[in-house]
Design a binder for this molecule. Sequence first.
Ligand SMILES: NC(=O)c1ccc[n+]([C@@H]2O[C@H](COP(=O)([O-])OP(=O)(O)OC[C@H]3O[C@@H](n4cnc5c(N)ncnc54)[C@H](O)[C@@H]3O)[C@@H](O)[C@H]2O)c1
Length: 253
Amino acid sequence: MNRLSNKVAIITGAAQGVGLATVKMFLKEGAFVVGTDINYEKLDENMKKLGEEHLIWFKHDVSSEDDWKRIVDATIERFGKLDVLVNNAGFIVGKNVMEESLEEWNKVMSVSATGAFLGIKTCSSVMGTEGHSSIVNISSGAGLVGGPRTGNDAAYNTAKGGERLLTKHSAHALASKRIRVNSIHPGSIMTDMLKAYLEMDPNCMESSKPFCPLYPHYSEPEDIANAIIFLASDESKTITGAELAVDNGLASY
Ligand SMILES: NC(=O)c1ccc[n+]([C@@H]2O[C@H](COP(=O)([O-])OP(=O)(O)OC[C@H]3O[C@@H](n4cnc5c(N)ncnc54)[C@H](O)[C@@H]3O)[C@@H](O)[C@H]2O)c1
């Protein structure tokens, strides 16, 4: 408890899955939370259920610079500061380089690559410089290795790999402001994203098993949220530019 006491955090993709679990666990650890998502209906429904006074939420398209400015302004207006950004929103199509259309490519890139870039750029301009600020980018095993076991999506592999190196670039660029930047690389997580993907490729879990030493071969959203809490908190105060695989060993091959 209280590992994030008095920290103000923006969490994107908060309507469901990893983002929703992270909002809940950040609140339990004493944070003030701004939850955002493009799916406002679901966000509003799930945030209201939490009945928390230290929580506000907004509709937010992470690929829109104007939206980011609006969210950051609202955060400062309500909570007076910003310490943590969790770039969690994500989108996958599941088509390889020969199948994916330019429109699909641009959509996937706009969420994970452009969204993370805009988030880092906008939020770092207002974050504190006393050594308590942290940015956590939720990349993927698809940002470490290619092939069917990581989503089989050309743009997703590219965007998540880009997010990994954007993390390392930003860790250096923001070190003088004492803002830390790290990435998390989940394997399979049992969320709506994976369930939808399993409908397109029912064998995907089965085919990743030989590469995934640790049973049950997938994580729960809370497993990722635990790693996010560590990287967001001052417990990781000397860690920046690092990549943390939370993947049952998937990317270790
Ligand atoms: N589920 C997995 O197996 C898995 C594996 C590796 C990495 N990841 C990554 O973890 C993160 C969370 O994934 P999840 O499984 O909870 O997915 P999810 O689909 O359950 O949730 C993603 C959320 O992002 C939101 N979103 C999509 N586009 C957006 C946009 N333009 N602006 C704002 N919000 C937007 C969606 O509305 C949704 O609520 C994502 O970055 C994803 O790529 C997931």
